[in-house]
Design a binder for this molecule. Structure first.
Ligand code: C2E
Ligand code: MG
Ligand code: MG
Ligand code: MG
Length: 281
């Protein structure tokens, strides 16, 4: 076979890029139509208290169900929605839908209704209207701000100077602020001095091997200590086994989330889970 020349390689590279760009443009248009046609929905994954397993909160996780096609994961479409700017409209829909569900839980269960965590992405934190969007949704659904926690990532807070201002305004509204995937960013500890968070969601990667080496355990344990020392809640993410849950409780974790307790489910399934805790012992 003929040897590749630099020009061939460059041509091939740019074709691949064009294909990606075309695919992104197509996907972005389909997402826009999907939003207009009501193809998005929220699932909720329980956040439980250890060791009793009582459901105290839920995280809203968005899904896209295009007509006659399999459901699409947010890992695939959130980056495209961010890039195209659609995340602002989609994000506003997510905030409104999550507040509507939070209000209906509060109506039926009062103070025992789950608090609702809502993910926001980097692009949303750069939008000066985000605190207003959240405040309006709370007002529209008659919710007090303490029923809602906004999940942000370290990477998103560092995306720009204005992101930190938005985060501070959100906190001033009275909503909770959780640092998602905690420990995977570049300056986790620096952020704790400047960012007014109320909760650390310790990343699954620190939780996975909690029953493994002494080093892994020391890290998981230190992260819960940091949270406790700073007066923050620590939530262990991605808990998949009973052994992990028990160990995490022993290491000082009071809250956990993961497939061991429950997968993300439709809002209607949460009511039954409120009444049926997953006990550890
Ligand atoms: P995340 O915010 O860290 O959400 C947790 C992800 O881990 C969810 O995936 C959840 O289903 C998954 N998970 C929970 N427990 C376990 C477990 O025990 N084992 C394993 N292997 N996975 C577990 P999902 O729903 O696919 O969401 C992926 C990411 O997409 C989220 O990560 C978040 O960054 C983003 N995302 C989801 N919904 C939204 C949204 O409404 N808005 C924004 N901006 N991003 C969202
Ligand atoms: Mg999250
Ligand atoms: Mg997370
Ligand atoms: Mg994550």
């Amino acid at each position: 076979a003929a040897k590749y020349t630099g020009a061939d390689r460059a041509r091939e590279h740019s074709t691949a890029l064009d294909a990606t760009a075309a695919h992104h443009a197509e996907l972005a248009a389909a997402l826009r139509r999907g939003l207009d046609h009501g193809e998005f929905r929220l699932l909720y994954q329980p956040i439980v208290e250890l060791p009793g397993g009582v459901l105290t909160g839920v995280e809203a996780l968005v899904r896209w169900q295009p007509a006659d096609q399999p459901v699409v994961s947010p890992a695939e479409f959130i980056p495209v929605a961010e890039h195209s700017g659609l995340i602002l409209d989609l994000g506003a829909w997510i905030i409104d839908a999550a507040c509507a569900d939070a209000a209906s839980w509060q109506l039926r269960h009062g103070a025992n209704g789950p608090r609702v965590n809502i993910n926001v992405s980097a692009r949303q934190l750069l939008d000066p209207d985000l605190p207003g969007t959240v405040a309006e949704a709370l007002h529209r659904h008659g919710l007090t701000p303490d029923r809602i926690t906004i999940e942000i990532t370290e990477t998103a807070v560092f995306a720009g100077g204005a992101a930190l201002d938005t985060v501070r305004e959100l906190r001033e509204l009275g909503v909770g602020l959780a640092l998602d995937d905690f420990g995977t960013g570049h300056s986790s500890l620096t952020l704790l001095r400047t960012c007014p968070v109320t909760t650390l969601k310790v990343d699954k990667s620190f939780i996975d091997d909690v029953n493994g080496t002494a080093e892994q355990e020391a890290i998981a344990s230190s992260l819960s200590t940091i949270a406790a020392t700073l007066g923050l809640r620590a939530v262990a993410e991605g808990v998949e086994t009973r052994d992990q849950a028990e160990r995490l409780h022993a290491l000082g974790y009071r809250y956990a989330q993961g497939y061991f307790f429950a997968r993300p489910v439709p809002a209607a399934d949460i009511d039954a889970m409120l009444a049926a805790p997953v006990l550890l012992s």
